[in-house]
Design a protein around this ligand. Structure first.
Ligand code: PLP
Length: 419
């Protein structure tokens, strides 16, 4: 029986990961050996000398800024379309975020906009490989080198993606990743820094090692949520549970998934103490090792689904489909289309059983959190207003893909007629 009900995401967290979590939370081993093992495997996977596990990507970014001695008087160029926490933590570090626009359909940093945003104070740039799409790294590295600018890759949404055959995270001076439950690989909570720079790695490791280990209750909570999401997005369970909850929630003006996985957008006036009280534990590293063994397979399934959508949605009326910088090998963390009547398209798709999301990325170049850093990024503004994330996760099968393409096509035709 086919229900034609398609969840917006499915966690990579597995039953085996849940069992490992239960075992290591019940009888916690020493943390350092497992964490080192995961770090070394991750460094090999990315193709870099050093990997250091951190509590979060935002803290990883903060530590990288500090390791390069960036602070008051320095500027860092950040794409306008990004996660609020990155410019927010730059401000905490005393560094001025300078927003540069992204490509309208690539969604990633436009090298020409990056170049135009450079001033004598620019010390770093953050090419964010958003939605699993690698930036045009040759162009960005060329410009950065000419101006003596550090390249800090944001790989939070792109673990495993490649550019010219090399993994993102090995293309600049340093990089950070994050492994929350909704990412393509998870360590429950946790993140990573990679770099080839011995001095930067040593400085970051010193700070992390001086921290307090995370409470295991956090991992326990995330493991329970991960398992619940796994069950709730199962093809036989989803149509009868989560899907009706989302439909009902929407009628009441709420989105239960956003409620659980979203977070308030805040400015960190100073570094929260909690950042130093969340040193990653063995259980997170053990889940990370299991996930790392599967990430290529999961990314491969995403990419196959993404390429199918690229091909079959390319000529749908009134719909703008994504594009990719040359030489980028995306992992399709999200498949992001644009439509002038985005909210109507979202509702029309939900009626057809397809759950979509507008995502968590904001136009930070025009955001109430950053009034003194406003800088026009017209593409980021359009994307913010018109983007819709169509399911592309590895659990989709051929019937789901065919159902979704038909749903998008018929919804767009319907909206076109009623425009
Ligand atoms: C592009 C991007 N950068 C940074 C982050 C921040 O990651 P963390 O929550 O680990 O700080 C995220 C979180 O999803 C993200 O999507």
């Amino acid at each position: 029986m086919y229900f034609g009900r398609i969840p917006r995401f499915s966690p990579s967290f597995s039953l085996n990961d849940a069992l490992t979590s239960a075992r290591l939370i019940a009888r916690p081993p020493e943390d350092a050996p497992k964490v080192r093992e995961f770090e070394q495997s991750f460094a090999r996977f990315i193709g870099v000398k050093h990997a250091i596990m951190t509590p979060s990507a935002r803290y990883a970014f903060y530590l990288i800024l500090q390791a390069y001695d960036l602070g008051p008087g320095d500027e860092v160029i950040i794409p306008g379309l990004t996660y609020f926490a990155i410019p927010s933590i730059a401000v905490t570090a005393g560094v001025r975020p300078v927003f540069a626009d992204v490509g309208l359909t690539t969604h990633v940093l436009d090298p020409a906009a990056f170049e135009a945003a450079i001033t004598p104070k620019t010390r770093a740039v953050v090419p964010t490989h958003l939605y699993g799409t690698p930036c045009d790294m040759d162009a960005i590295n060329r410009i950065a080198k000419a101006h003596g600018i550090k390249v800090i890759e944001d790989c939070a949404q792109s673990t495993g993606a490649r550019y010219k055959g090399r993994r993102v995270g090995s293309l600049g001076d340093a990089a950070y990743y994050t492994f929350g439950l909704t990412k393509n690989m998870t360590t429950l909570t946790g993140a990573m820094v990679t770099t080839d720079d011995d001095a930067v790695a040593a400085r970051i490791r010193k700070v992390i090692d001086a921290g307090t280990p995370a409470a295991l209750a956090r991992s326990r909570k995330e493991a329970v949520v991960g398992l619940a999401m796994k069950v709730a997005t199962h093809p036989f369970v989803y149509p009868l549970t989560l899907h009706p909850a989302i439909v009902l929630g929407n009628k009441l003006g709420e989105d239960p998934i956003h409620e659980r996985f979203g977070e308030p957008e805040v400015l960190y006036k100073e570094l929260p103490d909690s950042f130093q009280r969340n040193r990653p534990r063995a259980v997170q590293a053990a889940v990370g090792l299991q996930q790392l063994a599967r990430v290529e397979q999961l990314n491969g399934a995403r990419s196959r689904n993404g390429r199918f959508l690229d091909e079959h949605l390319a000529h749908v009326p009134h719909l703008t489909v994504p594009s990719y910088p040359g030489a980028a090998e995306p992992i399709y963390m999200s498949f992001v289309v644009h439509h002038a009547r985005r909210d109507d398209l979202m509702a029309a798709l939900r009626k057809r059983g397809v759950d979509t999301t507008t995502g968590y990325m904001n136009d930070c170049s025009d955001h109430p959190l950053f009034p003194e850093f406003r800088r026009p990024c017209p593409n980021a503004a359009t994307i913010k207003a018109e983007q819709l994330h169509i399911p592309v996760h590895p659990s989709l099968d051929d019937r789901d893909l065919a159902h979704m393409v038909e749903a998008v096509r018929s919804a767009c035709l319907e909206l076109g007629r009623s425009a």
